[in-house]
Design a protein. Structure first.
Length: 287
């Protein structure tokens, strides 16, 4: 499950999709029947373009090779994040700073409340984006808001659990700087080294995804080792210590990956010239 904290729901979002009658309505619709028939016709066909027949985007070594290596993809991802997904604090929709009944956080609250009410086994987690993703967030001046969002998430979960008389759902934080998220990015245009856990700053591979699932479901596979530092269960009781630890780990990363940090600062300065909203902090400023 993903909660988009930066932007409002997409134009196609409708609350009716969550009504009790929505499933039978979709099952009986003509458009669903037509789409299902087209899917059956495509079974066995090779993937079209960048999408598999199951609707999954193709991210693999061939994809990396065609784009001249991971670092090219990382730079493009970081530039895209700085342009739109991590706007400066003066921009609208930043981390749901003005909670309303239609805000992303309140939609998330409604989902959590329903899960408690209907005894749904809900597992919440914060995505294990690469460390460079968190550097783009910091250079945008959003680090403190990012921390506050995590605090609010843990409190919301505890409050709704108490209200429902249930044990809180687990929230696992895979973000920050750990042995997986700090994987080294190959040199520019190096197509001989393909990263194991990441395609770019925000998209991780199945290898990393499997480790996330292992942590969420306490699964121990003989085929892989789950690093002890990958995934921390957060609650209001430990959130401050957890956030402090991430800050310490970030300082260590900045010392040991100075070239990556400088590269992101350069992209931020470039993006600042064309960004759609006014900065409240200097682009490239180290926090």
């Amino acid at each position: 499950m993903v909660a988009n904290a930066l932007f409002p729901p997409p134009p196609g979002f409708t609350p009716e999709n969550f009504s009790a009658l929505r499933r039978p309505q979709l099952f009986m619709s003509i458009s669903t029947l037509g789409d299902s028939f087209q899917t059956l016709l495509r079974i066995g066909e090779p993937p079209r373009g960048r999408w598999t027949n199951e609707g999954h985007y193709i991210f693999n070594s061939d994809f990396v090779f065609k784009h001249n290596g991971n670092r090219q993809l990382f730079n493009a991802s970081d530039r895209f994040s700085l342009l739109g997904y991590t706007p400066s604090p003066s921009c609208a929709f930043v981390f749901d700073s003005e909670p309303t009944s239609q805000s992303p956080m309140e939609h998330l609250r409604a989902l959590i409340m329903r899960a408690y009410r209907e005894d749904i086994d809900l597992r919440l987690f914060i995505s294990p984006a690469h460390a460079r993703q968190w550097e783009t967030l910091a250079v945008s001046g959003l680090w403190s808001k990012w921390e506050e969002w995590k605090r609010r998430l843990t409190v919301m979960n505890e409050v709704e659990a108490a209200r429902a008389g249930k044990s809180p759902f687990p929230i696992w934080d895979f973000s920050g700087y750990n042995s997986i998220s700090t994987e080294a990015v190959p040199a520019l245009n190096d197509v001989n080294i393909i990263m194991r856990y990441y395609i770019d700053s925000s998209h991780y591979t199945a290898a990393a995804g499997n480790l996330v699932l292992d942590r969420l479901f306490d699964y121990h596979s003989p085929e892989r080792t789950l690093p002890a530092d990958f995934g921390v269960r957060i609650t209001p009781a430990n959130i401050e210590a957890h956030l402090a630890r991430i800050r310490d780990e970030r300082e260590r990363y900045r010392r040991t990956h100075a070239a990556d940090v400088a590269e992101i600062a350069g992209i931020a300065q470039e993006v600042a010239k064309t960004k759609y909203c006014k900065h409240s902090a200097k682009a490239g400023e180290a926090l």
